[in-house]
Structure formats: structure tokens, C-alpha cells
Design a binder for this molecule. Sequence first.
Ligand code: GCW
Length: 719
Amino acid sequence: MKKRTLRIALIMATLSVAVLRAEDGSRLWLRYDRIDNPLLLAGCQKSVTGWIIEGDSPVLRAAAGELEIGLSGLLGRAMPEARSARRHGSVVAGTPAAAGVIASMGLAKELAGLGEEGYLIISTRFKRKNITAIAANSDRGVLYGVFHFLRLLQTGQEITGLAIKSAPEIRIRILNHWDNLDRTVERGYAGRSLWAWEDLPGRLHPRYTEYARANASIGINGTVLTNVNANAQVLTESYLRKVAALADLFRPWGIRVYLTARFSAPVEAGGLSTADPLDPAVIAWWRDKADEIYRLIPDFGGFLVKANSEGQPGPQNYGRSHADGANLLADALAPHGGIVMWRAFVYDNNVPDDRAKQAWNEFVPLDGRFRENVLIQVKNGPIDFQPREPFHPLFGAMPGTAMMPEFQITQEYLGASVHLVYLAPLYEECLRSDTHASGPGSTVARVIDGTLHAHSLTAMAGVANIGDVCNWTGHPFGQANWYAFGRLAWDPDLGSAAIAEEWIRMTFTGDAPAVATIGKMMMASREIAVDYMTPLGLHHIMYYGHHYGPGPWVDSGRADWTSVYYHRADSLGVGFDRTPAGSDAVGQYFPPLRELYGRLENCPEELLLWFHHVPWDHPMKSGRLLWDELCFRYDAGVQSAARLREEWEGVKGSIDPERFTEVAGLLAKQERDARLWRDACSLYFQTFSGRPFPADLAPPQHDLEWYKAHTYDDIPGIK
Ligand code: GCW
């Protein structure tokens, strides 16, 4: 057997084993099982008869491998690379640089403006044959185009008459791993860290490549390997060699590595007596460190930094500003083209002001003082990845500074890997929020894609939910949040429903009724979680530490980590007064939002208790009083969680039994814990409202003391 035929035979054997093997979720959305609709299959087999990649490079080889396994799997027949494109149904991918078919097509005009990563997918004619051309300016563009084309096949879309033009709206689309060097993962619920530091650089686990492939398939082009609560050890030579090994593996997939930089590293890893950003020895240390890194990793991306927040060291330890700190690192990286992502997640319990205001207070005065290669990384909301927050007021407020959002993909405050919560609607809500920074239409998306304030350095970060468990994310639906993050980072204007549908078809089934049911479940899920956890603008009332279950009674320890700090319940009402009469956090928003959020009668009810301390008998839009409405919302959340479980039963025959059963079990647990949330919070808030539960709602199962004493011994994460 020729080498190539042998390879194909092996691939086919692997694919058929895949069909027989248990559905463990490890293949993510890149399953490439044979198209099961016979009509569709026949049509695709006719339209795609062979493929060819023009040119040769590690990236193009990755693209070729993907086309080969993708087409062979989906079309159910061995599809080695063809020798020529001179037959109907050829797929030709490449750049004009290869001086082949793509070059002969004269696409210069169409390719102009698509940049380094964009691509065209067009149905066209070549030597009187119908072909599909995937063309780009660079090899990475070809790779992304290949994944897009495969996605069309995977999702049962039309593959003839194509005229697709796509380029990312955001330049750096990056995962943030909160992975520690001991392989624990902060707020990780999917096993241990993927990075087996103990085996690197010598032993390279196959999962690294699978990880890179999955990311490339959704356009993610960067990864921060280490936790923002950083360990300087990763900057030592022996660790940098490990990092370099990962960078080498990721490079063919268009992915650059980044690291978190602990601000005190010059002291801890360099033996200096200070980390003062203006100290010449410190400046030299970072410059040398950057040089060393780039010798090992020529395309190293840069640093992510959490400074002067939650105990992390930073420039303020030396009386310097965040700009001094960020610029120190930026100057070290600049000669090599690296960037700094400096987090705005700063707040201090010793500062008397509302925590929600502190980042804005700290950073707005520094606008314009950051180097060109610095981005300020801002969480989507002003507190901390809550089920619902208003958008962060920093978006739009620093026109002279590049701003990037940070979303959480891992579900720290949204049921960990136990609850089914599709997060794309949350991301979308933030991206579409109108900041009014330069009048109407100044959405967060326009701030972060650089168009509003003319910035060319743009980025979007997602805190990863990935670990070393077999299905990568713990909950099978956690994969959807990873997927959706990547898709939205490529195009922040995509809709979450459309993304969900793609993902379902690629991950579960193309069966239309099942696709509809699962899509409906996913689209409802975030609002359901808001209802049973933190309705009407409540926030940060999770149990201390693990943040999984309810803990509205938490009132000891650091004040801004308690629940009572945020809900402020008393006999008069509940909610945080952030109007001018209170903390005046509303003043950080542009008009007309100040008035919208700031007046009780205008404020959207979903954010009511975020911005207002509201009397228990305040009449709500439903006609109920606030107290009754609160009980009703909690109860509706539980009812809807039960409905999710029932709806899932309806897709039973359309889903493989393994994943069906796994999700069914998780949904039962979700419903159980939604009840816990409802009962615990209603009982707790009742101690302030002094009112009875609405008669038509089921009463809590236990008394408040029972819920306070409840321990969670069956949830994932660091204990
Ligand atoms: O959400 C909070 C988490 C911390 C986290 C911090 C941050 C990495 O509870 O675990 O630390 O935010 O974003 O820095």
C-alpha cells in the first residue's frame, strides 16, 4: 500500500471506531461524522470530489490535514489530496503567493482589506470546471477558511453558489487560563490544568494539538497559559523552555502564547530588592527578560497583568500608577512586537467608595498615558462576572486608550460545570449595550473593535473553562460557551441563537426538532439562572469561597466580599443605592444612561436592585409588589429549571445515550440546586421584609438555618 493510501485507511478506521466508541464528548464540535441525511450527503459528494492546498508551510499542512480528515469523515469516503483541480467539485485553498490556481483567479481586489486572517470562499469556474476556492492573503487565513468551509458541511448548509468574505473584527481573540503551575485551576471545574508542566518540554501530550485545533476552528489566536494570580516561576528559564514547547505546537494553528507577569517577579525571580517600575535595575530586568523570552519564542504575544488587586503586587506598592506599571512592561516588549493586557479589575477594601466605582475612578484619569502596545482589559461588568450586570462604565470612557473586554467562560458564579447556562446571550447583551460615549450607537462592540475611538490594537478575552477531563469542559454544554466566545470574538455582531444552532448541529445532531428544542433550552438558560440566583439586579450573594450556592447571609470577613455589602436588605427594602443620593455609580455612565439607571421609575427592572434600594412594597410592572415579585422570580427560575429537564427528555432518541444520560443527570442536579437558591434566598430576605410568601407559591422545604448549614459536597472546583 502506498504511504498515502495507508494513511487514509488509518483515518477511515479511526473514524469508524469513533462511531462505535462511547460518546465521551472529547471530539467537541469537530466530529466530522458522515453526513447522515442521504440526500444531503449525495449532494455534497457531488459538489466536493477532491481538494488541493497550494503552497507548503506548517500552517498549510495543518489546513491540509483538517481538510483530509474533515472531508473524509463527512463525505464517508477516503479523500486524499488531489493532484489537480481540473475536475468538477475540486476545493482549492491557498494564497496568491503559491502562483497556482488561486493566483490565476486574480482575486487581488476581493482580498484587499481582508488582512492577515480573513478569507474568501467562492464557488467559481476553473478550466471549465466548477470548483470551490478558499483564498486568503496569508496561510492563517487559508486555515480559517478551511474551517469555515467544513463548518458549512457540518451544519448542513448550502455549499454551492458561495460568495463568502470574512475577516475578524477583533485582532487578538484570546483565552485566559487561570491555571496554576501545580495544575490546579482557579475557578476551574473541568479537572486539572491541561498543561502538564512536569512533563514539558520533553513529553508533548496529544491534547495540546487537539486544543490548538479546536481554538483555531473558532478563530481564537492567542492563549494566556497562566493564572492572573501569578507565579513568577513561569518566567524562569526552565519554565520558559516548557512554554516554548507549547508555543511550537500551537504555531501551526495560528495561536500565540502569552503569560501572566507577576509584578514582583524582578524580586522573586530576579533577586532584586525592588520591583519599582521607575527603578533602572527593574527596567533592565524586564528588558532582559523580554529579550530572553523572544529568543525562545520569537512570536511570543505578551503579558497579562493583574496588579494591585486582591493581594497581587503592583506599581502602587511603590507609589506609582497603573500607567507606570503597564508602560514598564510595554517598553520591554515593544522592540519585539509584544503587547500588555493590563487588567482594570482593581478595587480595595480600604477605599471607602462603592466597589463598582473603583476601576473607573482609578483608570479614567490615566486615559492617554498608556503606551501604544497596552490594552486595558475590562470585565464585562463593574463587579465580577455576575449572572447579570450592567456593562462596565469604563467602556467608552477612555477614548485615548485601547480597551478590551474580559468575559468569563468558566461559570464561577453561574453554577460551575453543573448548570446548563449558555453564556452567549450574556456576552451579546454586553457587546450590544449602548454606552452613548459618542452619542447613540456607541455600543461596547464599537468601543472594543476600535471603530469608535480609532484604535487599531483590539482584543477580546475569555476566561477558559477547559481542563483535562475527557470532554474538556465538564458539562457537555460548557463546550458551547467556549465555542460561542470564539465566534463572537471573530464577529461581535453575530447572534447567540445562530451560534447555538451551529454548535448543536456540529456537536449533537442535525435532526431539526431536536436542534430546535436544544436551541430553545440554551437560549432560555441564562435568564433562568438569573431568576433562580439573582433576579431583579441582585448580585454577589453567592456562598463565600466556592460561589456555587446561595449565601445572602454572608456578612463576615472582608466587607466587599460579603453578600450584605451588595444587597443591603433591611426592613425598608433591598438593593444597592447607586443613585446620586447613594454611591452615585450611575454618574459614571454617560447621559442618558445616568437618568435611565438613576431614576427608579426609568430603571429597567432587570437592573433595579443593582442601582436602587427599593421599598418592599414598591409596585412592579407585573402589578405585584417588590417582595412578591422577588418570590415569584425565584420560583419562576425553579419552574423553568424543571422545564429544561423535561425538554431534554424530548430529545432522547435524537442524542447518543451517553451524553443524553449525562446531561439528564446534570439537569436534575441543576433543578435541585435552583430550589435551594429559591428557598434559601426567599427565607433570608423574608427576615427583612416580614411579609408572607405569596399563597400560590410552594413554601420552602426547610427553615433558613438548614440552608445556612448546608454544605456542598458534590460540586467541582478547588475546595
Ligand atoms: O472573580 C474573581 C475570582 C477570583 C479571580 C478574580 C480575578 C483570578 O473570585 O478567583 O482571581 O476574580 O478576576 O482576578
